[in-house]
Design a protein around this ligand. Structure first.
Ligand code: GDP
Ligand code: MN
Length: 399
């Protein structure tokens, strides 16, 4: 789960990371009021969306008067901000954060990520702040400092000092940098984050180390342990397909291919995606209906998969243990009758009540392509999809 910049800053500041003074606003009037209340003579108005790259897209504005704040906000509220991270649809702006401007002397990049190969938290930093990490690694890879944290002892002060040294931080500021690194690290581990990014982290003209931007992502499976984090969820910023699925208790991840997958269990979902690739196709999604799926739940999954306009064939692969093949078959039949499914549907069932399931499918009279093994199912799905592509019938699908 992602959260907004202002929320990440509040969390980080609880761990001793210095952030600029700021206030949240839900309207232009509120923004000017909050800026006046805060004092100062320069403010940064920042669109709160779950994406980076806002600066270049017009979502970060320097303002020197009430009128400028008002105008900057009027250009943001209710608009969609399109940045290189949002996709062409953009993300809606419903909140802005007003911050007192900070005199920047030097900008740094600072990121904490989970490094899968070392299975550790890795700190990635660069003195080329302000740029996105992708640009830094393409243009100035030599500037990147990496350091992995030994989990048994956590981030050590000497290690943090070493990072500060490699970044060329002035010795007088080393201690402040160490405090910042330690604060981010503790926030990461204590709150079960999967990513903390501060870009830019700045050294100010008056010798402070301040997080000017902050981004945090959390492990969804650990949110139950952190109600103060899970309540920061903002559904207006999420892929509607994924939040609709989450609300229905389905795990759904949209992908780029065109074969929709309805599967029970994450492991089986991954095996199914691999097999589709092996057969020469590409999955359009990852959908896990979970155990004990009722016909209604299967029908819901179908509706969700069919709402994706890229789907040109659907592969249902169920290995029923707790699940029941007859219920799944009923769900498929129910969905095919209700939802206008005009793409090939391939069903492979195995396990509990498989005979009953096959019978329901056969007796339904619906054009379901059946398969006995996973490989067969994937080959039939890819074959049916190719055939439709060759015939041009997949183009007629009006959704
Ligand atoms: P992003 O584009 O979504 O990553 O948004 P950022 O919060 O990083 O803002 C973009 C850029 O605006 C930063 O890289 C800074 O250069 C600039 N910026 C943000 N806050 C301030 C500030 O308080 N003072 C000054 N001078 N520049 C700022
Ligand atoms: Mn940034």
């Amino acid at each position: 789960m992602d959260i907004h910049e202002y929320q990440a800053k509040e969390l980080l500041s609880n761990f001793g990371v210095e952030v600029p003074p700021g206030a949240l606003a839900y309207s232009p009037e509120q923004a000017t009021y909050r800026a006046r209340e805060m004092g100062g003579d320069k403010w940064i108005v920042k669109a709160q969306v779950h994406a980076g790259g806002r600066g270049k897209a017009g979502g970060v504005k320097l303002c020197e008067t009430d009128v400028e704040i008002q105008e900057a906000c009027e250009g943001m509220f209710g608009q969609k901000l399109v940045t290189h991270q949002t996709g062409s649809e953009g993300k809606g702006i419903y909140r802005v954060y007003v911050e007192g401007a900070v005199p920047i002397a030097k900008e740094f990049y600072l990121g904490f990520v989970l490094d899968r190969s070392s299975q550790r938290i890795m700190i990635v930093a660069s003195a080329e702040g302000g740029m996105e990490i992708e640009e830094i690694s393409a243009e100035r890879p030599d500037s990147i400092v990496r350091s992995t944290v030994e989990p048994a002892v956590g981030l050590q002060d000497f290690q943090a000092r070493e990072i500060a040294f490699k970044l060329g931080i002035e010795p007088a500021l080393t201690q402040k940098m160490v405090r910042t690194l330690q604060g981010c690290y503790r926030a990461f581990t204590d709150l079960d984050a999967t990513m903390v990014e501060v870009n830019p982290l700045v050294v100010t003209g008056d010798d402070r180390v301040v997080a000017l931007d902050a981004k945090m992502t959390f492990d969804d499976n650990a949110l139950f342990r952190h109600p103060q984090v899970s309540e920061l969820r903002d559904k207006s910023q999420e892929d509607p397909r994924e939040s609709r699925a989450a609300d229905r208790g389905l795990s759904y991840v949209g992908l780029d291919g065109n074969i929709g997958c309805i599967v029970n269990g994450a492991g089986l979902a991954m095996a199914t995606m691999d097999t589709i690739m092996l057969a020469g196709g590409e999955p359009a999604n990852f959908l896990d209906i979970g155990g004990g799926a009722t016909p209604e739940r299967v029908a819901k999954a179908f509706r969700l998969v069919m709402s994706d306009k890229n789907v040109q064939a659907v592969l249902v692969n169920i290995f029923a243990g707790i699940n029941r093949c007859d219920w799944v078959a009923e769900g498929v039949v129910q969905a095919l009758k209700e939802v206008q499914v005009d793409v090939p549907v391939i069903v492979r069932l195995a396990g509990t009540n498989v005979e009953e399931g096959q019978k329901i499918l056969a007796q339904s009279g619906l054009p379901v392509i059946r398969a006995n093994t996973l490989m067969e199912a994937a080959e039939r799905a890819v074959g049916a999809w190719r055939n439709d592509v060759a015939m041009g019938t997949h183009l007629k699908v009006a959704k």
